[in-house]
Each structure stands twice: as structure tokens, then as C-alpha cells.
Design a protein around this ligand. Sequence first.
Ligand code: SF4
Length: 662
Amino acid sequence: MGDVRVGLVQINNSFSNQNYLPYSVGLLQAYAQKYARTPDRYEFLLPVYRRLPIDAAVQHLEGADIVAFSTYVWNIKISLEIAKRLKQQAPETLIVFGGPQVPDRAEAFLRQHPFIDLVCHNEGEAVFLDILENYPANTWDGIGSISFLLPEGTFVHYPRRDRIEDLSLIPSPYLEGVFEPLIEANPQEQWIALWETNRGCPFSCAFCDWGSATQSKVYKFDLERLQREVDWFAQQKIQFVFCCDANFGILPRDLDIAQYVADTKRKYGYPAALSVQNTKNATERSYQVQKLLADSGLNKGVTIAMQSLDTETLKSIKRHNISLASFQELQRRFTQDNVETYTDIILGLPGETYDSFVEGVSRAIENGQHNRIQFNNLSILPNAEMGDPEYQQEYGMVTVESRIVNIHGSLVESKDEIYETQQLVIATSATPKEDWCKTRAFSWMVALLHFDKLLQIPIIVLREVCSFSYREIFEVFMERDFSSFPVLNEIRQFFWDKAKDIQNGGEEYCKSAEWLNIWWPADEYIFIKLSVEGKLNQFYREAEKLLNQFLSDRFIQIPVILHEAVLLNQNLVNQPFQTEDLTLDLSYNLWEFYQAIRRGIQIPLENQPRRYGIDRTSNTQKSWEDWYREVVWYGNKKGAYLYRNVTPTPDRMLQPDVPVAL
Ligand code: SF4
């Protein structure tokens, strides 16, 4: 047993018994065990890797001489509470904090949390080893990348040391056996692995702390090590690997890496999924990597991280060197290949106005994004450029502290639950408070109507047949007088009220004790509400009437096409308790027309009778709970809320006297 007992804490969120292996603190341990003068001097306790009651965490760490915490926005408060309690209980314990949540300028942070002895900045491996080797003398002179307060209160900061260029110097915690004792001690867990193939990001987006933290250069782990790590994932039957690289696909070898993971999956069945952040500006390679991941089933969809489509906004957030054209090209190619994509857009970025935001959304959809735009709120990270008060002042950014809750996260809380919080941007000079609410409500309305697909068919048909922009169509649902549309009015009001609630410090999601006892996004919440309250039929009646009014105001008359598009959409919306399939007779080839647009192809809308068989019974849910979970929740990202099994019968095969069932 070593003389020095070391406790490590890296708390991640859990997803129904799935937990991340604590990779960052695993790196610290592997590095220390390899390079310490006398490795046996140290005894590492099993790391704390998930949220626990404070008592349990403190008890686990009792007797440790040094406890190090790896912190980020999702664990800082609980880490601070554990550290405080440890220090109260055993004042001689050396408490060390690291990770992106430690501010670069740490004086105020240290004064606010006097139970922390030292903080580390940036890469931790070599710094942490120096700290261990100087224990118990506790002389920190000359250790780069740390800050602390002297006993008499003077703040000391030693500037950041150079990054480790040769990453082969950093041993792999997976290959060095760091995690085996943890896995053995917790057989109930399904582990998720965090994985790095390189470190660094050449971009420096103002909302992100990664590019600035890593000072641009991308350094690589060697290929052989990476392949052995993939083998380890397969041996350990790791289902899900999350790659932490800022830009997977940035290096030519990334295609080989992806191929190796795909081959391993084919041979052993593991890892089943690999999630990556795609590189920007490398269209061809990015395309090939993503296609490979999609074809091998490693990645169910491709995320296109646009964040904004407005060039002025992209300048404000220092993303103007990331090409919009390459995102659009990727989108186009994936749409044609039938590979699902998701577009990320952030609300309330500096310089973005309501107009530029909704125009951007409209363009992204016109460019083929019918699957999902994820509308994310803007949250400020302390070490991002945006964390600088001067930057915030320049763009008139207004923030509110908001409790972090996870999408579809449980409402069940432990006795002494510590809430994590984030600084959410709720207005800027370009998007004042009222406009922020309007933008937020617009985003949920688009999510509900287009991406949850409650009205996607008529919306696409109106766009294609009448050449309206998507913006014009969506705004009909935001700006009209709704006095004679009670259900639409209820939806719009709900979105507005929720936006205001967030501005007042409310959570980003809507809680429901009766619908699985979890947090729902506002659009899904409303979809469930319309379904359980039996208001969907009324919703479709009002939507058709509203769209007809909108067309009449422009002297356009396509009542049959519109009616049939709404009818088809309505009958395709997945609802529980189905006992019969449906046959739907329409006078236009609307299903084929809609499907073609979704695949980026144009076919004529033909006035020829069609009969559509809709399979509604094969996978129907027999309880509301199953439907909430399997359809609304699990189908969320894909917006898989329409029945897919539709059999069209061409007109020439239709018998003239077959009865119409509507
Ligand atoms: S958002 Fe992505 S591309 Fe931009 S700095 Fe962060 S990691 Fe790099």
C-alpha cells in the first residue's frame, strides 16, 4: 500500500445505468503511475464517476491525502460541495481543482472557495504529477499552470506551461489497466468510453473554451495506440464511444481510424456506436468519414454544427473562417444519400437578430434539412472569449442563472441534490428581450410543425407549389390573429410563456410528473398534450383553415391540394392504441412528392388518384407510457413521429368503385 492516498473525482451525468468511464482523471492516474519517481508511493482510490449523495462521496474519499477534481459546467457545484465537506472533516487533505470550469483568472474563484488549495489550468497530466511529487512538502514554486493563495492571502499564479506535443508520452488509461478495478467493482454499469485521437482545435469560436484553451495546434495520439484502445473497447463490450476530438476528420488518417472502428464493430459487435464532432471546412473528407460511420451503423446521423447562418454573427463569434458553403454542400450530399443529418443552431448569439435568425432557419430547411434543427440556448463558459465581461458588454449580452436539467432527464432527486447551473444568454443588443422570446417561441413552433412533423407535409407542399419561403409559412403560426383558433392560440401562448419563464431563470425544459416523470422539450410537451387531451383533430382543422386564409390573402386557391396534404399528414401522425390500418384515397401523388423533396429530388405533383395503405398497427403502443417513451422520446432526434410504412397504389391499379375510407 502506498504512503500517499489519492482520491480522484470526475462526475458525469448518468443515462439509465449508463455511465462514462472517468477518462480525464484516468489520464492523471496513468501518467503519475508511469512517471512518478516511486510509483508505489501512491495508492489511488477508485474514482468517483457519477453523482452520489454528498455523504457517500465524502465517505468514499475519507482518508485520502490528496483529492483532485476534474470539473466542468455539469459537475462544478457538486464537486465544490464534496470538497468543502472533505476539508471540514479533514483539514489536512490537499484539495486540487482542474478542468475547464477553473477560471483562467482564478483569484476570485480561490477566494470564494477557500477550501481549495490549488487549481490547475489546461492540460493536467504533468502538472498533477508535479503536485503529487511535491507532497507533503507542499512547495509549489515553479510548477507551471497552477494558481493558489498563500497562507497570508497573497494570490500566486504560475503561467501556463507548454502543451505536450508528443502525445505518446501520455499513457492510455485504457491500456494501462486503470479502469479494470472500477469496472470490476461496478458490474451493474454499462460503461461509455470517452476517447481522444488528437488534442487541439485550430478554430477559436467565442462561445467555446476548447480552441482558446488548446492554442490551436492539433497534436496526435499514435495510430497503433488508438487501434489497441478500440480493441480494448471491444473486449470490454463498450457499446458507446464518445470521441472528444474537436474536429474528427480534420486529419487524413481519420478515415483509417473510422474504418478500424467499423471493422472492429463488424467483427465483434462492439463498439456499437461512435459519436464524433465533425471537422469543419474539409468537405470531401468530412463527407467520407461521416458516410463510413453512417454506413457501418456507428453513427445514426450526422451533426452539422452551423450555429448561425448569418455572416455578421459568424464574425462576432469568430467562426467566419468556417465555411457555410461546405456545410451546405455536406447537407446536400447527405440528403441525396439518405443519410440523416441534424443541424445545430444557437439562439441569441451576439450580432444575431430575430430576422437573421429566422432567415437562417428558413435557408437551412430550404437546403434540405427536414430531419432536425436543434435549437440550443447560448450558455456562457468561464474560459471562453464570451466569458470576458468586456466581450459581453460590447454585444449587450444579458444573462440569467439557470438550473441545468437534462433533456428527458428524470425528475427524481436525491435528498441533498445539488443543482448545477449555467449562465444563459436571454438577450443581446441585437436581440432584445422581447425578440429573444419571439425567437425562442418561433424555434419551438418550427420544431413542432416541421421537425416533429405535425404539419411537415403541407408546409413542404406550400413551399414547393406556391414558392413561399419557409419563414413566411412558419410565421403564419406566430403572427396572425388567433381569436378564432383556440388550439393554435394555446400552443403559441405556451411557447411564449415558456420563453418568458426561461428569461426569469426557469429551466430550459418542461417538467411532467404524469408523463414519465421527466423533463420534456416544449415542442414534445405540447405534442403529448394535444394527443392526450384529444385535441389533434381540432389542431388540424384550425391549421388548414389558417393556411387557407393565408393563401386567400394572396389570391391563391389550392384548397384540394392543401386539404389532402393536411389530411395525409394528420393520418400519418403516430398515436397509441391503433387497432386498424388505414386506406387513404387522394387525388394527388402527395406521398411520393413529399418523399422526393425529403431526398432532395424534384418530381411533379400530379393530379392522379392515389390510394395509400398506412400500416398503423404493426408497432402500435398499448399504453400511453409506452407511446411517450418509444415514440415521443426515443423518436425525438429523428422526429420519427409519422408512420413510415406507407404503400402507394398507382392510379391505374385502382378500381373505380372501391370505397373511400377517410
Ligand atoms: S466550437 Fe468547435 S470548432 Fe469552435 S473552438 Fe470549439 S471545438 Fe473548436
